[in-house]
Design a protein around this ligand. Structure first.
Ligand code: PRP
Length: 219
């Protein structure tokens, strides 16, 4: 890859559909394979010879940007807070990917989440850092079982009673007999930037931040 290529990391999955119109309104149009779910390509050309897009898991967007593999990216504040990479700067809330990071438990579990009565809790989650911190702030030690997906199965199969996971429509919780009993964070997606890249290529990268800002501020 050419040294002056600007790589933008975009999350695959449900945010992609919301991110694409913003990317396109900012003037970046990826090659057709980018929106082809069947394509095995991972690095995509755009209408700008010096800009490439990568399509990766949402957690990996932050990692690619933190380590400078991508200079720009789109990541939820759930991922940003969980990793807390010092090299990642998040200048702009894109207002997409709205959801919340919530605590849930089986609907037939006796009582709610009675924080005052707990000193220890076992939780299945993809977010052990945020979960530990939230419970520690309330004087509770959280023992996190790290899962990367299908958290909702954990209570059903007896790994633990509670989970911490993203909730959007609430359909996944409902379909698995779970109810929300607390919210740890509200989530939206941000435009993120590698700090070193911003120092080395300030005009170019600030120019793109401004273009994305103009798109999100459009009435
Ligand atoms: C997320 C999350 C829940 C679900 C919640 O998973 O982990 O499982 O969405 O959405 P809902 O409240 O609208 O039902 P996603 O489908 O993004 O896939 P993932 O498990 O690969 O993260």
């Amino acid at each position: 890859m050419k040294q002056d290529t600007l790589v933008i990391a975009v999350p695959k999955g449900r945010i992609l559909g919301e991110a694409l119109p913003i990317i396109s309104a900012a003037g970046i149009n990826p090659e057709p394979a980018f929106t082809d779910e069947g394509s095995r390509k991972l690095l995509f050309a755009t209408n700008h010879p010096h800009i490439s897009l990568i399509r990766v898991r949402s957690f990996d967007v932050a990692t690619f940007v933190a380590f400078g593999g991508a200079q720009l990216g789109i990541a939820g504040n759930d991922v940003l807070v969980e990793f807390d990479y010092s090299e990642v700067y998040a200048p702009l809330d894109l207002g997409i990917g709205k959801c919340r990071l919530s605590i849930a438990q089986p609907k037939d579990l006796q009582g709610g989440l009675e924080l005052g009565r707990l000193s220890h809790i076992r939780i299945a989650t993809k977010y052990p850092n945020m979960t530990n911190r939230w419970f520690a702030d309330r004087g509770i030690q959280a023992e996190c079982i790290k899962l990367n997906g299908a958290m909702e199965l954990a209570p059903t199969l007896g790994l633990c009673q509670r989970i911490v996971d993203l909730v959007s429509t609430g359909n996944t919780l409902k379909a698995n007999g779970l109810v929300e009993v607390g919210t740890i964070a509200q989530v939206t997606s941000r435009l993120i930037v590698n700090r070193a890249a911003l120092k080395v290529r300030p005009q170019e990268i600030s120019g793109w931040i401004d273009k994305f800002r103009a798109v999100t501020e459009r009435p």
